[in-house]
Design a protein around this ligand. Structure first.
Ligand code: SF4
Length: 354
């Protein structure tokens, strides 16, 4: 391996030290991370791991995704298979009721997840939708009080975040996805400012904000840096990092821009910029990180187990095996998970019957 430590302009351990001291990386340092020499990538991940280890040790948090309303969104996000401009053959159904969500919660726990993420394809919820999700949250919380619940229902109106908070929701997810400059290239039916507004409403209501990004949409290094800095400024506690899965039938199907090493650089940058945030490797992990998936966990401390909203993830037993092979450990298994160990060899998919 080439030794870059003396010749490359930036030292990964110095970046780790800055991050741990609460200092923001300079633009030059951040761009150096995004262009880190591929054959010295272990040095970069070692620096990111130093920060990850400080706040999260070797723990890995598992999340379980549930598509609570599928395929009927009126928005036009170019990456999304559930948008009105997508011809992708995805399931279409309206908002699930509390019983279905409770059943999914059981499955999440059986597969060692500690957070259930309830995602609805919609511009934003009606008050009736909020009531329905709030009822589900109460039911799941009374049955599984340790399970964290995250709602993702799109743009919120005044007062809706407070009602979700009163029901006991742990977090609300609303991704910024990309930079403000690039946002109009991705979606025309709502703005970057609309997204910021919802994240702000969530934080003001006292709910933990989960907000992240999606890469592989022709963004520049400056765009990657800007969205990472925005999330730092907003002090979001949870950051999902998605890598575009180009789904046939979506406007962005032809975008094939990522490499496994570039995904690692992005994860390392996000760790340095957001040292205390739970960094979740989300959609596209298997497709884009491929055989380098384990290295992603040296920056990130969380992954999604099972399938994504409309695309398949790898079997849950392989995720658990990867974590254990690394010598890492699962975060806070909820009682009842161990009994389902044998089910881990099966693909984890919650099938909505409605
Ligand atoms: S708002 Fe959400 S569900 Fe709707 S098209 Fe955009 S990403 Fe897809």
């Amino acid at each position: 391996m080439t030794v870059f430590a003396e010749t490359y302009p930036v030292n990964a351990q110095n970046l780790a030290e800055k991050s741990l001291q609460g200092e923001e990386l300079t633009r030059e340092e951040a761009l150096a991370v995004l262009n880190w020499p591929a054959d010295d990538i272990l040095t970069l991940m070692q620096g990111a791991f130093r920060v990850r280890q400080e706040y999260f040790g070797k723990r890995v948090k598992l999340n379980f995704l549930l598509n609570v309303q599928s395929g009927i969104c009126p928005e036009d996000c170019g990456y999304c298979s559930q948008s009105r401009v997508s011809d992708a053959p995805v399931d279409k159904y309206k908002l699930m009721g509390p019983d279905d969500i409770l059943e999914a919660a059981e499955k999440a726990i059986a597969n060692k997840a500690t957070r259930l993420c309830m995602v609805a394809s919609m511009r934003g919820p009606t008050d009736k939708d909020v009531n329905s999700v709030a009822a589900a949250i109460r039911q799941v919380k009374s049955t599984y009080p340790q399970l964290e619940l995250c709602a993702c229902l799109g743009l919120l109106k005044d007062g809706q975040a407070e009602r979700l908070e009163a029901a006991g929701v742990t977090a609300y997810n609303h991704n910024l996805n990309t930079s403000e400059r690039h946002y109009d290239d991705v979606c025309s039916t709502h703005t970057f400012a609309d997204r910021l507004d919802t994240v702000s409403k969530v934080q003001k209501a006292g709910i933990s904000a989960c907000s992240g990004a999606l890469f592989g949409m022709s963004e520049t290094d400056e765009d990657i840096l800007e969205v990472g800095q925005r999330l730092r400024e907003m002090q979001v506690e949870s950051i999902p990092v998605n890598f575009l899965v180009p789904v046939p039938g979506t406007p962005f199907v032809a975008k094939q821009e990522l490499t496994p090493v570039q995904c690692l650089r992005i994860l390392a940058l996000f760790r340095f910029l957001n040292p205390r945030a739970t960094l979740r490797i989300a959609g596209g992990r298997e497709l884009h990180l491929r055989s380098l998936q384990p290295l992603g966990l040296f920056a990130a401390n969380s992954i999604f187990v099972g399938d994504y909203l409309t695309t398949e993830g790898q079997a849950a037993n392989l995720d658990i095996e990867m974590i254990r092979d690394l010598g890492f450990e699962l975060e806070g298994e909820i009682p009842g998970a161990g009994a389902a160990e044998t089910a881990l060899s099966e693909r984890v998919k919650f099938t909505h019957r409605g």
